[in-house]
Ligand binder design. Structure first.
Ligand SMILES: [Zn+2]
Length: 309
């Protein structure tokens, strides 16, 4: 099948299988049309193929019953399928590019650019809301947070509904949620888990967030999941990139409160010489960090969240 099936037929149904969105790429999908009419929620995962909690949460969502559902859920659980089999970090193996930097893509570009273009032209316009599930990659550890495009109040409301403790008001270009947000689709990224580990508690945290969003959109009741403990803290995030190749020594723990000027970590050479000392730009909290000893120039080292307002 080269194209997605139609999302709304007026009859409750579940469909799943594989589609070929572009030449040489095949990805799984599931579509659940509910008993009642309602919005279409798009859920993607596996943009980064080794962020396993998000992939497992999306696979479980595929098994959801049409009973009690209003509207349609479209799940694309592993967008980077070749990367999944190879346990890739960050990139699509076909072109070595990070799909989540390629949006809005190009119809005649490399594989990741064409896949981004397919999502932007064929999939996002059909969605009324969009959840792109992520986590720390094989080489990253993080505390759960969501990201929303900073100029979209509807996306911010979606992030608050998802209910993770921190929501990041994000700028930048090239991301899934920027491209979807530009089309007027409320969109968030949810980040849970990391380091190639998947566990029931983290998958449950994502599943609970999806359920709260279904409730927020009027698509389902929230039965079985408690409301979030508190309204998320809204922050901006600062993400310094490595300026040298070497070995990475983070000096602070996830969740630590940091003060501008604090040394958060060092890049050293194999003899222990400090090549770069990374100092906090702002006061805030450490939300994620590169956990691998090896580091390459240009890679994100950590993220600190600074409360807005
Ligand atoms: Zn990711």
């Amino acid at each position: 099948m080269d194209a997605l099936p139609i999302l709304r037929t007026g009859h409750p149904r579940t469909e799943h299988g594989f589609i070929r969105p572009i030449d040489g790429v095949e990805i799984p999908f599931a579509l659940i049309e509910g008993e009642k009419p309602g919005p279409c929620l798009l859920v993607t995962a596996g943009v980064h193929a080794s962020e396993y909690c998000s992939i497992e949460a999306a696979l479980r969502l595929m098994k959801r019953s049409p009973a009690g559902l209003a509207g349609t859920i479209l799940v694309l659980p592993i967008l980077n399928m070749s990367g999944f089999g190879r346990r890739s970090i960050y990139v699509m193996p076909q072109d070595g590019r990070n799909l989540n930097r390629m949006f809005p893509g190009k119809p005649d570009g490399s594989v990741s650019e064409r896949l981004a273009d397919w999502l932007v032209t064929k999939v996002y316009p059909q969605a009324d809301a969009y959840l792109d599930l992520h986590g720390g990659d094989l080489s990253e550890a993080l505390q759960p947070f969501t990201l929303f495009p900073r100029d979209s109040e509807e996306s911010k409301a979606l992030a608050i509904a998802f209910g993770l403790p921190v929501a990041v008001s994000a700028g930048g270009e090239g991301y899934t949620i920027n491209a979807a947000g530009r089309l007027g689709v409320p969109s968030i990224i949810a980040e849970v888990g990391g380091n190639g580990i998947w566990d029931e508690a983290s998958v449950d945290e994502l599943t609970a967030g999806i359920d709260r969003v279904l409730h927020h959109l009027g698509m389902a009741d929230r039965s079985g999941y408690p409301p979030p403990e508190a309204t998320p803290r809204i922050v901006t995030m600062w993400v310094p990139a490595a300026t040298a190749d070497g070995l990475w020594y983070p000096l602070r723990q996830l969740g630590d409160t940091v003060t501008a000027g604090d040394v958060l970590g060092e890049i050293r050479d194999v003899f222990g010489t400090v090549l770069e000392a990374v100092k906090a730009r702002d006061d805030g909290v450490l939300l994620y960090k590169l956990s691998s000893l090896a580091v390459n120039r240009g890679e994100a080292l950590l993220g600190t969240g600074t409360p807005l307002g």
